[in-house]
Ligand binder design. Structure first.
Ligand code: COA
Length: 184
């Protein structure tokens, strides 16, 4: 059984990684309230809207979105999700997002969450994972992805705008997943 997974962070801090559960709604809402607006701006949905979090809770167990959370002192300090499609030409691709509470950044939690998502994707039979990053802003995530052998697939020049209206490139990175030895 992979979960709950205890991870040791820098500074000797610890966290527990486990799947998001139905009764986590209040905790997850609180987590996103503590995420700075400049980070939330680049998400696909307005996570300060309780309906968005409520929808995520409904998606648990539906099979196409897998969310994991990291907890410290019974509070959510990190959230990561893997999104998959059940039909068509991009069925083999999983997409992910990561978010870590500012006080918990730069101590390896993002790396642990990413590692866990990659394992999840392999378990689900996904053969490629993709994530899009805002150049000049999501640099820590780009570095973490590079460490896991993600490579640049494309750059969309000046594709996204920050809150002040300044354009930024969007970097699309992918990683190919190999079948486990046991599958051969
Ligand atoms: C991206 C994010 C999840 C990374 O989480 P994190 O817990 O800080 O990540 P880690 O501590 O594992 O660090 C990952 C890498 O970032 C880089 N990094 C670490 N500390 C850094 C610092 N002080 N300055 C710049 N880069 C740093 C390093 O390359 C590090 O890898 P290393 O520890 O092996 O050297 C977090 O910064 C975040 O939530 N950012 C806002 C949302 C976002 O950008 N999401 C990405 C979209 S998928």
């Amino acid at each position: 059984m992979r979960y709950p997974k205890e991870v040791v962070l820098k500074k000797g801090w610890e966290a527990i990684i486990r799947p998001l559960q139905k009764n986590d709604e209040a905790l997850l809402r609180r987590f996103y309230e503590d995420i700075p607006e400049e980070d939330r701006w680049f998400m696909r949905h307005d996570v300060t809207d309780p309906a968005v979090i409520a929808r995520w809770m409904e998606d648990i167990d539906k099979g196409k979105i897998f969310s994991i959370v990291a907890l410290a002192d019974d509070l959510i300090v990190g959230h990561a999700s893997l999104h998959m499609r059940d039909f068509g030409s991009t069925r083999h691709i999983g997409r992910f997002r990561l978010m870590v509470l500012p006080q918990f950044r730069y101590i390896r939690l993002g790396t642990w969450l990413l590692l866990d998502l990659i394992q999840l994707a392999m378990d689900k039979g996904v053969s490629e994972v993709r994530s899009d990053f805002v150049v000049g802003i999501e640099e820590a995530a780009i570095e973490a992805a590079q460490k896991f052998d993600f490579f640049e697939k494309a750059i969309l020049k000046d594709y996204v705008k920050d809150q002040r209206g300044n354009p930024h490139d969007l970097l699309i990175m992918v990683k190919r997943l190999h079948k486990q030895w046991g599958d051969f």
